[in-house]
Design a binder for this molecule. Structure first.
Ligand code: RB5
Length: 148
């Protein structure tokens, strides 16, 4: 699996933690689109880079981080084809995959610590989309909204 990850200055430490978790799988290719320091950057710019990789197929999924996870998740969800889920718990992470086929996970570096974040990432990476018809139908309706 290929994952593109990025954060603004509010979640650089969390980005490094998440990269360690992903490295632990051994078969996940990670592309980091920054930011790499504490200088202030604008999260929509990071969101665009992550989502460009996901919609082009260069990445299978994306992980988007900012201080709260809110701003970057809002920005990601403006990109056609992106279903970004802001998850601060394992249950939501699993359901975002099973029910919503979320292709981007967002978290907040000022909201959750590295331990819970690692569990959320593992749950999100390992949980497949259920493929159940009602969920397929609902995701189709999301796409219809995008096309209006
Ligand atoms: C940056 O200070 C902060 O606004 C950003 O990381 C995020 O929390 C926005 O939603």
């Amino acid at each position: 699996m290929k994952i593109t990850i990025g954060s603004d200055h509010g979640a650089v430490a969390l980005k490094d933690e998440v990269k360690m978790v992903l490295k632990g799988y051994g078969d996940i290719e990670v592309k980091d689109v920054g930011t790499f320091g504490t200088d202030s950057v604008d999260y929509p710019d990071i969101a665009e880079k992550i989502c460009a990789d996901v919609v082009s197929g260069e990445a299978d999924r994306g992980i988007a981080l900012c201080g709260t996870g809110i701003g970057i998740s809002i920005a990601c969800n403006k990109v056609k084809g992106i279903r970004c889920a802001l998850c601060n718990d394992v249950f939501s992470a699993k359901k975002s995959r099973e029910h919503n086929d979320a292709n981007v996970l967002a978290m907040g570096g000022r909201v959750i610590g590295p331990g819970p974040a690692g569990e959320i990432v593992r749950a999100w990476v390992e949980t497949p989309f259920s493929g159940e018809s009602r969920h397929v139908r609902r995701i189709g309706k999301i796409s219809s909204i995008e096309n209006k």
